[in-house]
Each structure stands twice: as structure tokens, then as C-alpha cells.
Design a binder for this molecule. Structure first.
Ligand code: C2E
Ligand code: MG
Ligand code: MG
Ligand code: MG
Length: 292
């Protein structure tokens, strides 16, 4: 499979490196300390429309800039605080940092929607939407729909009533929600009907294997069918190759994210990346959806 090439690739950790440090989970105290001394940072991964070439936004992804161990992936520390109140503090830090970054980009002439990942513990916080609203009010230049939330399909299932109420309340204050890693849970049609999300993010495991595995391809197709039926948008995660992008376009999936488009990068690198992104060279040959 041909890898897409691109300038401005920030490759801070790869699977092997990640593997070598896996198992060294941080403990709660270390994480609490890291939050106090500001060792967490956000990287941002672009989301694009492969057909039109538009950059539709970026997703904020947390990393831990550890003084000895280097840049650590979220899998190494988020599970440790999953069910702990510290997850709420860290989640608030993520939202505030993303909003501050948006203000910086905006001051430089770049208006870019940002989505942040919301953990199950945060969703259960009783005043979650109130806090979110207060934070948005403190950043008055951020337009409605500028901030989006990504909720794991699996955490939405934990408490459907609660999560659907939160999603409705977010929508009322102009914050749209996406269902992340879609296809890895067991959402019934009833679930989907109850959740007023605007975007289904097709889990990268299906995208990765869809060229070789007809069942994964079938899953991708049915998620696209579900999205269309419920009038949600769909986005393919983990698009690494040109072939994957082409098949997705043929299936009618225009929105994508993945290493083949851009790796997550520091906030300072985003404006240059947006300026230098030339999608037309990559995907414009393949537009089977335009029939006229
Ligand atoms: P996610 O939200 O599904 O994010 C996508 C993950 O896949 C990211 O890993 C991203 O770096 C990686 N990725 C993107 N494109 C590709 C690709 O083409 N190939 C491959 N192999 N991987 C790709 P990351 O940053 O390690 O994050 C893992 C998960 O940790 C995220 O999955 C999300 O569930 C969680 N997470 C990240 N940041 C936050 C955060 O601030 N708060 C919460 N609650 N969870 C977060
Ligand atoms: Mg996500
Ligand atoms: Mg995902
Ligand atoms: Mg994931």
C-alpha cells in the first residue's frame, strides 16, 4: 500500500516505541503532579474532506511530555485515572487548553473547529454542561459549533439516558457531539435514534483492514448506511493509504482523518500545515460520485 507523502510530518511516537514503554503505567500521584507542573500538552490531528479538500477541523489529542520518558501516548496514563475524579480535572484542562489554542489560531487569522475527546467519567459529572458553558463564555470569540465533543460509542452505552441528556444540552449551547470508535460497541438502532450526535467516526480498525477483509468492508458500508439513514455525517478514522481514501470516496465517505493525511502535531505547526495542504493532487483524480 502506497503511503501518502507529505511535508510537515510530526512523528513523535510510533508503535514500536510505544510498545517498549508499555507496561510502565504511571500512578495516580505522578499524573496529579504532572497536571500541576504542566507536563501535559495537546497535539492536533486534521480532519479533511477528501473530495473538496477542505480542512474541516482538528481533533485535540493529549500527550504527556515526561521529563525522563519523553512524549507519552494517552494509553499509558488515561486508563489509570479513568474512574477517578482526576479525570475531571484533566478533562477540564483539555477543554480550556483547546479553547485557548483556538483563540491563538484565530488571532493569526485561522478559524478552525476543534473537537476534544470526553471520557466516561467526565460525562457522568453532574455539572458537565454548565462548566462547558462557562468556559465557552470565557472565550467569547469562539463561534457556535467551533468546539465539538467526541464521545466513545462504548461510553455512550454505559448510561443511555444520561448521555443522551448531555448530548441534547450540549447541542443547545452550540456544541455538537460525535460518536468515536463507532462500530466497536453494540449500538442498536434504538441507541442511535436517542443520541442527537452529528457525526459517526468509523473506528480505524475497520478502515485499516477493509481492503483485505470483506467483513470489515461490510462494516464500513453499514456504518455509512446508518449515518445516512439517521442524517449523521460519517468520518473514517485511520486513513493511511491512497487506496483506502479512494475506496472510501467510492462508498460516499468524504470525511477522513489519518496518518496518510496528517499525523497529530503541535498547535504551532497547524497553521503552516493548513496552508500547505494540497488535497487536489492526491484525491481529485477519483471522483466517481460526480455523475454529471
Ligand atoms: P481516538 O479519539 O479514537 O483518536 C485516534 C487515535 O488514533 C489517536 O491516538 C491518533 O493519534 C491515532 N491515529 C490517527 N490516525 C491514525 C492512523 O492513520 N493510523 C494509526 N495507527 N493511528 C492513528 P492517541 O493520540 O494515542 O489517542 C488514543 C485514544 O486516547 C484516543 O482515540 C482517545 O480515545 C483517547 N484520548 C486522546 N486524547 C484524549 C483526551 O484529551 N481526553 C480523553 N478522555 N481521551 C483522549
Ligand atoms: Mg477521538
Ligand atoms: Mg476514534
Ligand atoms: Mg480510539
Amino acid at each position: 500500500q502506497a503511503k501518502l507523502s507529505g511535508k510537515n510530518r510530526y512523528c513523535f511516537f510510533d508503535a514500536e516505541q510505544d510498545q517498549s514503554i508499555r507496561g510502565h503505567h504511571a500512578n495516580l500521584e505522578q499524573i496529579r503532579r504532572a497536571l500541576t507542573v504542566s507536563e501535559f500538552i495537546l497535539h492536533y490531528q486534521p480532519k479533511v474532506n477528501m473530495r473538496t479538500g477542505a480542512v474541516i477541523g482538528v481533533e485535540a489529542l493529549i500527550r504527556w511530555q515526561h521529563p525522563e520518558r519523553g512524549l507519552l501516548a494517552p494509553a499509558l496514563f488515561l486508563p489509570v485515572i479513568e474512574d477517578h475524579p482526576l479525570a475531571i480535572d484533566l478533562g477540564e484542562w483539555v477543554i480550556e487548553t483547546a479553547l485557548t489554542q483556538m483563540d491563538v489560531w484565530r488571532a493569526g487569522g485561522l478559524n478552525l473547529p476543534v473537537s476534544v475527546n470526553i471520557g466516561a467519567r467526565q460525562l457522568r459529572q453532574t455539572n458537565f454542561v454548565e462548566c462547558l458553558r462557562a468556559r465557552l463564555l470565557a472565550h467569547p470569540d469562539i463561534v457556535p459549533n467551533g468546539l465539538g465533543l467526541e464521545v466513545l460509542e462504548t461510553s455512550a452505552q454505559e448510561d443511555l439516558n444520561r448521555v443522551s441528556t448531555v448530548i441534547d444540552a450540549c447541542r443547545e449551547i452550540g456544541v455538537l457531539c460525535a460518536l468515536d470508535d463507532f462500530g466497536t460497541g453494540y449500538s442498536s438502532l434504538t441507541y442511535l435514534k436517542r443520541l442527537a450526535v452529528s457525526l459517526l467516526k468509523i473506528d480505524q480498525s475497520f478502515v485499516r483492514d477493509m481492503l483485505d477483509d470483506p467483513e470489515d468492508l461490510a462494516i464500513v458500508e453499514s456504518v455509512l448506511g446508518l449515518a445516512a439513514a439517521f442524517r449523521h455525517q460519517a468520518l473514517a478514522e485511520g486513513v493511511e493509504s491512497l487506496e483506502q481514501g479512494e475506496i472510501l470516496l467510492q462508498l460516499g465517505c468524504e470525511l477522513a482523518q489519518g496518518y496518510g493525511i496528517a499525523r497529530p502535531m503541535p498547535g504551532e505547526a497547524v497553521p503552516d500545515w493548513v496552508r500547505s495542504w494540497h488535497p487536489d493532487r492526491i484525491w481529485s483524480q477519483q471522483q466517481p460520485l460526480d455523475r454529471d
